[in-house]
Design a protein around this ligand. Structure first.
Ligand code: R5P
Length: 299
C-alpha cells in the first residue's frame, strides 16, 4: 500500500468495526470487552513501540464509543506509539455549535477538546460545519476534511436523468451548489426552521420551471428524517416526480429507509460513513486519500 512507503508502517485498529477501510491496511489486533456493568476492557495484542497508530471508527451513537476510544488512544501512547490518529468517517457532536438557550452545553467544543487531547490528528468526511467554518476553530490537532460531493455527483450522473437538486436548508447549500456545478444541474436551497427534534418546517420549493425533472434532496445528515419528510410533503403537493433522497451520513435515529419511501421518496441513497442498508455511495477511497495526504505532512 502506498501509505506504507511514506510512513513507518502504520498500524490500524477499529474498536467498533470498519471493514471496508481496514482491508487495505495493516490491521492490528486488540481485545475490546464490555464488562457486565458496562465498563470497557481494552488490551492491545501488538507491540506499538515506534508505530504510527490509526483508529478507524465512525462516531455515530458516540456516547458509548468515545470513552473506550479515549482509553485506547491514551494506552497506545503509553505503549510507545509515535502518533495516534483518528479516522472518523462520521464526526459526532458538530450540531450543537452555539448556546441556543441559556445554560446549554456547547458540546461541539467539549467533544473537540476530548478528541484533541487524546489524538494527534483527525480525518473525517463532511463534518457539519455551520457556524464553524473549519474544524480548526474547535479542534487543536491537525485535521483533514474529505468531501463526498464528487462520489455523490458520480452517483447522480449515473442514475438520474434530468435532476434538479434541492438543499433543504442553508447549511446544505455548500454540498448542493458544488454537486450542481459538477453535474451541470439546476439547484434550489430551501429555508428550514427546527422547533424540536421532530418538528421541522421547510419552505416550499419553487419548482415551476422543473416539472420534467427528478428532484434530488441532498442533506449532510439524515437523522430523524423530518427534514426529508417535510420536503417530500411539499413535493407531493406540487405533484413533482417522486424524489431521490441522498444523505452523506445515515444516522437514521428511530427511522428506517422504509420510513422515507412510505413518505414518498422513490429511492434513498447514502454514503458509507455509517453502515446502513441505504449505503450506495463509497467514500472510502477518498477517505484513504485524505489520511494519506494528512500523514504525508508528518514525513
Ligand atoms: C442540520 O442542519 C443538518 O444539516 C440536517 O439537516 C439535519 O441534521 C437533519 O436532521 P433530521 O433528519 O433529524 O431532520
Amino acid at each position: 500500500m502506498q501509505l506504507k512507503k511514506i510512513m513507518t508502517s502504520p498500524i490500524t485498529f477499529s474498536l467498533f468495526g470498519a471493514d471496508a477501510f481496514m482491508k487495505d491496511l495493516d490491521r492490528g489486533l486488540l481485545t475490546f470487552h464490555r464488562f457486565p456493568d458496562g465498563e470497557s476492557y481494552i488490551r492491545f495484542d501488538e507491540s506499538l513501540e515506534g508505530r504510527e497508530v490509526v483508529f478507524i471508527d465512525t462516531l455515530s451513537q458516540p456516547d458509548s464509543k468515545i470513552l473506550p476510544l479515549l482509553f485506547a488512544a491514551r494506552t497506545a501512547k503509553e505503549m510507545g506509539a509515535v502518533r495516534v490518529g483518528l479516522v472518523a468517517p462520521y464526526l459526532a457532536y458538530m450540531r450543537q455549535d452555539t448556546r441556543f438557550k441559556p445554560g446549554e452545553a456547547i458540546t461541539s467544543i467539549h467533544f473537540a477538546h476530548l478528541i484533541s487531547e487524546a489524538f494527534d490528528w483527525l480525518v473525517t468526511v463532511d463534518p457539519h460545519l455551520h457556524r464553524y467554518k473549519t474544524l480548526s476553530e474547535i479542534y487543536s490537532i491537525p485535521t483533514q476534511v474529505v468531501t463526498a460531493t464528487q462520489p455523490i455527483s458520480q452517483w447522480i450522473h449515473g442514475h438520474v436523468d434530468q435532476p434538479v437538486l434541492i438543499g433543504p436548508d442553508s447549511e446544505s447549500a455548500q454540498w448542493v451548489a458544488q454537486i450542481a456545478a459538477e453535474i451541470g444541474a439546476p439547484f434550489l436551497v430551501l429555508e428550514k426552521t427546527r422547533y424540536s427534534d421532530q418538528d421541522v418546517k421547510v419552505s416550499i420549493p419553487a419548482l415551476e420551471k422543473y416539472s420534467f425533472h427528478t428532484p434530488i434532496l441532498i442533506d449532510d445528515i439524515i437523522s430523524t428524517g423530518q427534514t426529508m419528510i417535510e420536503t417530500i410533503k411539499h413535493l407531493k403537493s406540487l405533484r413533482t416526480k417522486p424524489p431521490v433522497c441522498i444523505g452523506v451520513h445515515a444516522v437514521f435515529a428511530g427511522i428506517t429507509t422504509e420510513t422515507l419511501i412510505e413518505a414518498g421518496a422513490a429511492k434513498v441513497v447514502t454514503c458509507n460513513t455509517i453502515s446502513h442498508d441505504s449505503n450506495g455511495i463509497d467514500v472510502f477511497p477518498l477517505l484513504f486519500q485524505g489520511v494519506k495526504s494528512l500523514m504525508q505532512g508528518f514525513t
